[in-house]
Design a protein around this ligand. Structure first.
Ligand SMILES: [Zn+2]
Length: 381
């Protein structure tokens, strides 16, 4: 059991607002409301304390892949993102052969069972060939509910989300099947119209996979999926805030229209995140990372990001000018709620896991705590 600690002197972002000179009491693995005797006082004055980050869409990091790696490699990637503040990670698979995906999901399910990851996101193979991005065209298929079910079953209760092109044959039935099994149906890699997208939301789809990316843009006579997903109160929109995937004005548009309560920042990271430039794989496809931007070797498609959520946080505050509280909502509270984990993480409240991030006054990460234990100790600088 980790010793008790009181983090003192920081600006603490609570669900009710920011408290100057606040403190966070950690008793064992959880946040407490009163300090036990002999608690160690950690001076974090001049810093911010915010909830640990929650990433619902992430393919890897630290040179390791969630989409094809061994259990050991997945853990290495998870650990890399933890050092960048992500205390809760969903592992995202990419389009692959169905039998491979089912086997891989079985391995990831064991890691979820142990609490190392928060579950599995299937991105593909049930996506549109017109908007395939960095997915292998040979392996794409229409969303057959029986095949969707096969993947959900292979995840042994740990499937959290599946991205679908809901306009394809079997799309809406697949959305209904996912919702029945407690899995988030996400609209993405889609060529749907505005009307088709609304039908998907009516069927139960509740997340937009990286809004704007891998879907038709907004047209004044064809408002498309972006407009439908932004305007519907039932939908949370994922945004990749790395400065490459989205123009800052597009991010502002999404925030203004959806409101901070319906945005989830994601990394959509691939193996190079927290690692470096070079040659990698994303599922079956080869990717070249140069200057931190990942692109397919064949063709020119962006192939995930090299983002970590600490950078997304800093950028949101310092470049986009968003209020810190809105960023905390988008990076911690909202994704925790999506995953059904809001009673455990995503905000700094007594009884929840002591998952938190310490940022300096320039919004650079200086500390990470997960379940009461330091991943990055702010006193070691
Ligand atoms: Zn992705």
């Amino acid at each position: 059991m980790a010793p008790s600690k009181v983090l003192a002197g920081a600006r603490v972002v609570l669900p009710t607002g920011t408290v100057d000179d606040g403190r966070v009491i950690v008793d064992g693995t959880r946040i407490a409301d009163t300090a036990p005797p002999q608690a160690e006082v950690v001076d974090v004055s001049g810093h911010w304390v915010v909830p640990g980050f929650v990433d619902v869409h992430n393919h890897g990091g630290g040179g390791a892949s969630f989409a094809g790696g061994t259990a050991e490699e997945v853990l290495k990637g998870v650990e890399t993102h933890r050092r960048h503040g992500t205390t809760t990670t969903v592992a995202s698979a990419v389009t692959g052969d169905l039998d491979f995906l089912a086997r891989h999901a079985g391995m990831l399910a064991e890691l979820a069972q142990q609490g190392d990851i928060a579950g599995i996101h299937f991105e593909g193979p049930f996506i549109s060939p017109c908007r395939k991005g960095a997915h292998d065209a040979q392996l794409l298929r229409d969303p057959d509910p029986a095949e969707v079910r096969k993947l959900v079953d292979a995840a042994h209760g740990h499937a959290k989300m599946m991205t679908l092109a809901t306009e394809l044959p079997g799309g809406l039935d697949s959305v209904r099947l996912l919702v029945e099994h407690g899995v988030i149906a996400a609209v993405g890699h889609t060529d749907a119209t505005y009307e088709q997208t609304l039908r998907a939301v009516d069927a139960g789809a509740s997340v937009a996979t990286h809004l704007f990316n891998a879907m038709p843009p907004i047209g004044h006579r064809s408002p498309g999926p972006v407009t439908a997903l932004l305007e519907d109160e039932r939908v949370t929109v994922e945004l990749i805030n790395d400065g490459t995937h989205l123009h800052p004005a597009a991010l502002q548009l999404a925030f203004h229209h959806a409101g901070a309560a319906r945005v989830a920042f994601i990394t959509d990271a691939m193996d190079a995140a927290g690692f470096g430039d070079g040659r990698y794989r994303l599922g079956p496809l080869e990717v070249e990372v140069a200057d931190g931007v990942a692109r397919l070797v064949e063709g020119d498609s962006i192939a995930g990001s090299t983002l970590t959520l600490d950078r997304a946080f800093k950028r949101a505050v310092t470049v986009d000018g968003l209020p810190v509280e809105d960023v905390v909502a988008a990076i911690s509270a909202n994704p925790a709620r999506l995953l059904g984990l809001a009673d455990r993480t995503g905000s700094l409240e007594p009884g929840k896991d002591a998952d938190l991030v310490v940022l300096d006054d320039a919004f650079d990460l200086v500390g990470v705590m997960r379940r009461g234990a330091w991943v990055v100790d702010p006193r070691r600088g």
